[in-house]
Design a binder for this molecule. Structure first.
Ligand code: PLP
Length: 421
């Protein structure tokens, strides 16, 4: 997020109106999604990666079916990491043929579900395997359930590319010591094993993802070129190998870092310099870029205190609804909605604290006008990895999800969910 600002940020008038309406109708804290901004981000990614590129929205950033459906309407498929996310994609109206399943946490039941869908003639677009262990379970299931040509399942293998991208350490996953994917020799070995199994699964290519909120495109392009080279090599033995999935990682539009288009351009330069062909089927699976800037977390002030080092407010949001500041030191600007009369000219550095029993539950210092209990604030750019990382710690209610339509209408997309102990 942006560094601490000296001046209070002006709040878009339409967001102020929508946040006030949402808080009044559905209570606080609540998540507000600006659909016009969501559409803009989808158009940006689609034009950066035009056809024949496939774009799969990574649901882990925000699995709200209304968001997934809106992105599907812009021509995006879905990338899911669990049966829960798969179900969210289905509820958003996406057929399995536009859904890919990957993820480091796949259980036997997840693999069984993928095999059952293929057996029923409704296969996922592809399933990405992380390891030899997963492959053995899957191949066993494929034999047991009788997968065969016509009812087969396409597979990718996840490569650990051994690159060190420029991003927060907690968002870096492409290094050789990370827990994700297989090193090239292991991957080649597994490709051969799958090729010999002849079980109604088809190995189609390689998947790679190096990290999130990347501040440069170079490491991403190196990893992507490596994946393409590996596919070209394996295609020498198996002509069905025609796919790369290059993961996500594009930083939110407001953050330092290249635009999505720059990632494609860097990849093209890397492919040219090594004479590597791009396979026939190419995919990216961004999450954050698509949804981060469309999200606002609406909260109310609970306590106002004067402390030796300045003003302090406690709001009714917390790291249960937005964990990124506690998890990554991320900064999300906090902007006053209902205190404008007490005006920007009298704004003070104010420490904004969350309402959980944890000292790490803090959103940092922001310039705010003098606040009172009940005043509304919004936390900016909370569309990605906020609601999807919700925790019920301290018995928190999962907040309602509200949509702001381009015509200014505010609509409840999902009610708040009570704490279930
Ligand atoms: C395999 C994979 N693909 C895509 C993504 C989405 O990344 P981002 O939200 O940075 O675009 C992630 C995020 O963790 C991921 O692990």
């Amino acid at each position: 997020m942006s560094p601490p600002t000296e001046e209070p940020q002006p709040l878009r008038p339409d967001i102020a109106v929508a946040a006030t309406a949402a808080a009044h109708r559905y209570g606080t804290p609540c998540y507000l999604t600006d659909l016009r901004e969501l559409d803009r981000c989808a158009r940006e990614v689609r034009s950066a990666f035009p056809e024949p590129w496939l774009v799969h929205y990574s649901l882990k950033a925000n699995p709200l079916p209304a968001v997934v459906a809106r992105l599907a309407g812009a021509g995006l498929g879905a990338n899911v990491v669990s049966r829960g996310e798969w179900d969210a994609a289905a509820r958003a109206g996406l057929p399995n043929s536009e859904v890919t399943l990957e993820g480091i946490g796949k259980r036997d039941a997840d693999l069984e579900a993928a095999v059952a869908a293929a057996r029923a003639g409704l296969p996922l677009r592809w399933l990405t395997l992380e390891s030899q262990e997963e492959a053995r379970v899957l191949l066993g299931l494929a034999v047991e359930r009788g997968l065969a040509p016509g009812r087969s399942l396409d597979l990718l293998l996840r490569l650990n590319p051994g690159v060190d991208p420029d991003t927060h350490a907690g968002l870096r996953v492409g290094t050789s010591d990370s827990k994700f994917g297989m090193a090239e020799p292991q991957l080649r070995h597994l490709a051969e094993e799958i090729g010999q199994a002849g079980t109604g699964v088809r190995l189609r290519g390689v998947h790679v993802h190096v990290g999130s909120q990347l501040r440069g495109a170079a490491a991403w392009a190196v990893a992507a070129e490596r994946a393409c080279r590996l596919v070209a090599e394996l295609a020498g033995r198996d002509p069905e190998m025609d796919t790369v999935d290059l993961g996500g990682g594009f930083p939110a539009a407001s953050q330092a870092g290249p635009a999505p288009r720059r990632f494609r351009e860097e990849l093209e330069a890397a492919l040219d310099s090594r004479g590597t062909p791009l396979p026939a089927r190419v995919s990216v699976e961004p999450g954050r870029y698509l949804v981060a800037t469309s999200g606002w977390l609406v909260a109310r002030v609970l306590h106002v205190r004067t402390r030796p080092d300045g003003a302090q407010v406690v709001i009714d949001a917390s790291f249960a609804e937005l964990v990124r500041p506690a998890l990554y030191g991320a900064r999300h600007p906090v902007i006053a909605v209902t205190a404008p009369a007490r005006s920007a000219s009298t704004s003070l550095p104010t420490r904004v604290e969350g309402s959980l029993c944890e000292s790490t539950d803090s959103f940092g210092v922001h310039r705010l006008p003098p606040m009172r209990r009940g005043d509304l604030v919004v936390l900016q750019e909370t569309g990605a990895y906020a609601s999807s990382m919700f925790s019920s710690y301290n018995g928190r209610v999962q907040p309602p999800e509200v949509l702001l339509h381009p015509d200014g209408e505010v609509e409840l997309a999902r009610e708040g969910r009570p704490f279930v102990p």
